[in-house]
Design a protein around this ligand. Structure first.
Ligand SMILES: O=C(O)CCC(=O)C(=O)O
Ligand SMILES: [Fe+2]
Length: 349
């Protein structure tokens, strides 16, 4: 007997606040769309989607496992997020971080049986993995659906069909300040650092609470191992998530999406959440400014990178001057700690 995927997904309960309105049919699943269709229906409309068929030729689909990471990257120095799921689930508050070798974290991931705990290598910069094990670069590829102006491998595609003045200004500024394009292929490690490619390796139960990605970037999250439950909240509802100041720099919700304190955060009761499950071989598109929370339903490995393109270049560029103010603010609040698995990213503020 084969179990259909929806039934199988239902065996791992979602954990969103029971009174929230949840739509499970709002996120489209699309198969290998053309770049034109994808731009028109998702990038311009800032609509999240699950895309299938982009990773079919990735060797990662066969190769990546905890054992593979142990064998080739076990000696890597990382900062592991030792998650405590009974904490208030706010980004930066889900347990502490501890420096260790990746191999030690992989052992914890394998051993964990406590549903109140989870072990996570969160958003570890892929270029550091490539320095350690360059052949990892053969295992995956960056999707080319929407041209990434931060991706220096390609001559940037500066064509636009838009007459929107804000988009045209973004295009002009990006053209001046960002990627002018090159015909020479850049080394993969340089590309990965430039496009902020990051890796996520964790046990069942890991949580990334509600946030929107920093500097107004969009993201692809390519799922290699295990499933992830993804919750989305549209940017126009940001007030219901009670973001910390400077939300355009890095949007961090202050409400616990599982157990909200409705006296402190009453607007959360009215939130409309869009939910989907991401399976191995599927890529999640997270538009610029969209709020998302992600929890692993199984032991999981995902690869993600940020995108700057036509729709968000202006937002991205205008975040640069604001970033200095945001850094001062976060420093005054004790820093932006406990967010990623690389030490010098923990404290960017
Ligand atoms: O998978 C996760 O835990 C978080 C991923 C995420 O937030 C992203 O790729 O932007
Ligand atoms: Fe994110």
């Amino acid at each position: 007997m084969t179990i259909n995927p929806a039934e199988q997904d239902a065996t791992v309960a979602g954990t969103i606040f029971s009174e929230a309105t949840v739509r499970t049919d709002a996120i489209d699943r699309i198969h290998a769309p053309s770049p034109e269709e994808f731009k028109r229906e998702y990038v311009y409309k800032r609509k999240p989607a699950v895309i299938t068929g982009l990773m079919d030729s990735w060797p990662a689909m066969e190769r990546w496992s905890l054992d593979y990471f142990r064998e080739h990257l076990g000696d890597l120095d990382i900062h592991a997020n030792l998650q405590r799921l009974d904490n208030e689930l706010i980004l930066g508050n889900v347990g502490g971080f501890r420096g260790m070798k990746l191999a030690a974290l992989l052992d914890e991931i394998e051993k964990n049986t406590d549903p109140g705990r989870a072990f996570y290598l969160r958003a570890y910069p892929v270029h550091r993995m490539l320095e350690h094990y360059p052949r990892l670069a053969e295992d995956y590829d960056l999707p080319d659906l929407a041209p990434n102006w931060a991706d220096i491998r390609f001559k940037a595609d500066w064509k636009t069909g838009t007459a929107n003045p804000a988009k045209l200004l973004g295009l002009y500024l990006a053209k001046t300040f960002l990627n002018r394009g090159s015909d020479k292929p850049a080394p993969r490690a340089t590309v990965s650092s430039r496009v902020a490619a990051v890796m996520f390796v964790g046990s069942k139960g890991t949580v990334t609470p509600f946030h929107s990605d920093g500097m107004q970037t969009a993201a692809y999250l390519s799922q290699v191992l295990g499933r992830k439950r993804c919750y989305f909240v549209s940017p126009d509802q940001h007030e219901k998530l009670y973001p910390r100041p400077f939300r355009r720099q890095f949007g961090m919700a202050q409400v616990d999406y599982r157990r909200p304190d409705l006296t402190r955060h009453p607007r959360f009761r009215d939130v409309v959440v869009e939910e989907t499950v991401l399976h191995p071989g599927e890529t999640l598109y997270v538009p610029s400014g969209y709020w998302h929370a992600i929890e692993a339903m199984d032991t999981s490995i995902s690869y993600s990178h940020q995108i700057v393109g036509e729709d968000n270049a202006l937002g991205w560029l205008t975040c640069i001057p604001e970033r200095y103010l945001a850094q001062l603010y976060f420093k005054s609040q004790g820093g932006l700690r406990n967010v990623t698995g690389a030490k010098d990213w923990d404290d960017w503020a």
